[in-house]
Design a protein around this ligand. Structure first.
Ligand code: PLP
Length: 441
């Protein structure tokens, strides 16, 4: 293992300027990057090229669910890459079959398609919806305002935010957007061409907004009544981040539709009998940092995408699936869903406390499990009038204080830390946030 994952070298110089110059000259500038060059990580901590340590509560935007350099991920990568990294989907491999079985077991009867990213997982759901409605000429998908579904052409068409579409017109046809959590708006938007409804259980990029249980149950009934597929984008809020495998399972606990306990078979049956979507996209935490995506399709529709209708070269490689299986094993054996729930409750309570103490800086905090949004108050006087959003200025100050978080729109920052975040690390995060908030007040 040592030759493959050597210990990090001693930091002898700060390469920031040289790395930035490489990017400026050679990397497409489609990302607005922070002034940070990171070189290694360990658990919930990241280190920049100068050796400075940061507590990472951003988790690579909900990807690094076991933290950085987790030894089980390294072990799975080393073991599987020594056996078989890739074969084409012209053939069968055991890890793909086993991972599909594990995901079906967590969700309910159906089948899984593997791909490489969240956008690609959603593309698969769009194609599923078109295939489903094709014989009746139905192809439209209703999504929600403020949603985010990826950066492919269909992904930006599905996304309910104008800013991602500018300059890429004409858009892919067949998507309309309605207010989030508004059942009557969905009903009003249904046309004879509608085939499906797609939403995030908790809007991520849109500012951490959870759907209500009544809305989810109402949507299920409406989709059944109108013969529409109900599709969930679980890319950011899935994989136990909210304290259950998928956010709908956590949200429905509030309505008594699913047991509060984590995903034992009996409880899953309760949840599934009350509510199941027809398709769910997954990515981000699925591979714990190894890039992969997937979508699950409920049983009656599981064979709609037959041979030759959908494919991707790297979908479900033995390497990706072996890593994802190990990630699942660790989450389940270490009861990380329960940890996400407990640490998330602690963080949210502390943040709400800060919002009461400093209402001119923090408006509120919301979210489920380890998917938390902190909404900043309007017009914080200490922020410079330099055209930079408040969220960016706040995140920059947190960086200076040694904490990484993720902006979400102009007024919200997100905490999407590893699911194995320790209480002491959460306390450290709150201490840093308090210090920065105090300095702004
Ligand atoms: C809800 C949601 N869907 C889809 C995507 C796109 O995923 P990817 O960036 O892996 O293509 C994201 C990414 O942030 C997301 O948050």
């Amino acid at each position: 293992m040592k030759e493959i994952v050597p210990p990090p070298p001693a930091i002898v110089r700060n390469d920031m300027a040289a790395i930035q110059a490489l990017f400026q000259k050679n990397v497409v500038p489609s990302y607005a990057r922070f002034e940070l060059a990171l070189s290694r990580g360990s658990g919930a901590y990241l280190y920049d090229v100068a050796g400075r340590r940061y507590l990472d509560l951003g988790g690579g935007i909900a990807v690094c669910c076991l933290g950085h350099a987790h030894p089980e991920i390294t072990r799975a990568l080393v073991e599987q890459s020594g056996k078989l990294i890739h074969v084409s989907n012209l053939y069968y491999t055991e890890p793909q079959g086993r991972l599909a079985e594990a995901l079906v077991d967590l969700l309910g009867p159906g089948k899984v398609f593997f791909c490489n990213s969240g956008a690609e997982a959603n593309e698969g759901l769009f194609k599923l919806a078109r295939k489903f409605g094709h014989s009746e000429g139905r192809y439209e998908i209703i999504t929600t305002l403020n949603s985010f579904h990826g950066r492919t052409l269909a992904g930006i068409a599905a996304t309910g935010q104008e800013k991602v579409k500018h300059g890429f017109e004409p858009g892919v046809p067949g998507f309309s957007h309605v207010a989030y959590d508004d059942l009557e708006a969905v009903r009003a938007a249904i046309s004879p061409a509608t085939a499906a409804v797609l939403l995030e259980g908790v809007q991520g990029e849109g500012g951490i907004t959870p759907a209500t249980p009544e809305h989810l149950i109402g949507l299920r009934r409406l989709c059944d009544e109108k013969k529409l597929l109900l599709l969930l984008d679980g890319v950011q809020d899935g994989h136990f981040r909210t304290g259950r495998f998928q956010s709908f399972q956590r949200i429905l606990e509030k309505a008594g539709q699913a047991s509060r306990l984590s995903d034992h078979k009996e409880n899953r049956r309760d949840a599934c009998s009350a509510f199941l979507p027809d398709g769910i996209s997954m990515a981000k935490s699925l591979g714990g940092g190894f890039p992969m995506g997937a979508f699950w399709v409920r049983e009656p529709y599981a064979d709609l995408l037959g041979p030759g209708t959908h494919a991707t070269t790297f979908g479900g490689t033995p390497l990706a699936c072996a890593v994802a299986l190990r990630v699942l094993e660790v989450i389940q054996s270490e009861k990380l869903a329960d940890n996400a729930r407990a640490i998330g409750e602690y963080l949210k309570a502390e943040l709400l406390g800060l919002s009461q103490k400093y209402p001119k800086i923090i408006k509120t905090a919301r979210g489920l499990g380890l998917m938390i949004g902190v909404e900043l108050a309007a017009d914080i006087p200490a922020f410079a009038n330099n055209g930079k959003a408040a969220s960016i200025q706040f995140v920059n100050r947190l960086h200076d204080a040694g904490l990484l978080t993720i902006p979400s729109g102009n007024q919200v920052i997100r905490l999407l830390p590893p699911l194995n975040l320790r209480r002491s690390e959460a306390e450290e995060g709150i201490a840093i946030l308090s210090k920065v908030i105090r300095a702004l007040a």
